[in-house]
Design a protein around this ligand. Structure first.
Ligand code: NAD
Length: 293
């Protein structure tokens, strides 16, 4: 069993991006600039946004953090989005989800200029991705694709079972893996809460991508010998042996599943770090106008 080491990989990719930024700087070019909008006090969102800002600093990007209290109005937030759309110095920006209930996430997502949508959530980017056109790919699936590519995981003709059909992970993952080219050319089964006999579906998989949000859900006897397992889940469970009283686990029961795999991502240290790195890759693409001129 080999670990798909998201920490090592993201450090390597960040070093490549930092070298590129240095190159841009020496030539007097424009330094990539990512802005992040954080609303409210959700602790997980604060951790994610802080890690995105810190990663920008690590690679030499410019970053801007815009914070608002949870009682910000939808109109005020839309104004912030318009401001970022119109700011020529901002190459890309994200509005961290989830948003408070009184704000429509759909309205906010649609208001973001798709040319600056480095989270890849705008329907223009999603549609272009689905048709195999150049697009900002959603950060988590993009990070997973990069991971499969850099570890030379064979995908052509493989049967991939994706667990979860969210717009940000499961559904785009199923599209990307079924697309022509590498990594891709998989035969994909997309499973969800209404799937019958999920263990039987997973047992057929050469590649498993688990993104459901239930701690340690995928068990050892669900997984075929030699399968590649990508665990997207980030779940906090009680653990009396830890000082904090909790620890992070994925959607896969790592101890049971790892011995059966050819490759598996750990949690933490797997997909989560690649997600942040993918956001940096998208921001660099935005700055270079690689997707949209
Ligand atoms: P979500 O909550 O939007 O959707 C969950 C999906 O799981 C749904 O499509 C649902 O049909 C499916 N599901 C729920 N119960 C199921 C069951 N019993 N059997 C089969 N399918 C079931 O999910 P999301 O936003 O994609 O997040 C999934 C997990 O991934 C969460 O733990 C989240 O924290 C994590 N996540 C991690 C990253 C990262 O960077 N590593 C990024 C996004 C999400």
């Amino acid at each position: 069993m080999q670990l798909l080491d998201g920490k090592l990989l993201s450090e390597n990719i960040k070093a490549e991006i930092a070298a590129e930024v240095e190159n841009i700087r020496q030539k007097g070019g424009k330094i990539p600039h990512l802005a992040a909008v954080l609303v409210g006090e959700n602790p997980a969102s604060q951790v994610y946004v802080n890690s995105k800002i810190k990663s920008c600093e690590q690679v030499g990007f410019k970053s801007t953090l815009i914070q608002r209290n949870a009682d910000v109005t939808e109109a005020e937030l839309l104004e912030i989005v318009q401001g970022l759309n119109n700011d020529p110095d901002v190459d890309g920006f994200i509005v961290q989800l989830p948003l408070p209930k009184h704000i429509s996430e759909e309205k906010i997502t649609l208001a973001i200029d798709h040319r600056k949508d480095v989270d890849g959530f705008h329907p223009v980017n999603f549609g272009r991705m689905a048709q195999g056109m150049p697009a900002f790919l959603p950060a988590t699936p993009f990070g997973i694709m990069e991971m499969l590519r850099r570890y030379n995981i064979e995908t052509a003709g493989k049967h991939c079972v994706v667990l979860g059909r969210s717009n940000i992970v499961g559904t785009p993952m199923s599209l990307l893996l079924s697309r022509k080219g590498y990594p891709g050319d998989c035969t994909v089964t997309l499973t969800h809460s209404r799937t019958r006999d999920l263990p039987a579906e997973v047992r057929r998989a050469d590649i498993v991508v688990a993104a459901i949000g239930i701690p340690q859900f995928v068990k050892g006897d669900w997984v075929k010998e030699g399968a590649v397992v990508v665990d997207v889940g980030i779940n906090r469970i009680p653990d009396a042996t830890k000082k904090s009283g909790t620890r992070l686990v994925g959607d896969v029961d790592f101890d049971e599943v790892a011995p059966k795999c050819s490759h598996i991502t750990p949690v933490p240290g797997g997909v989560g770090l690649m997600t942040v790195t993918a956001l940096l890759m998208n921001t660099l693409k935005a700055c270079r106008k690689e997707i949209y001129s």
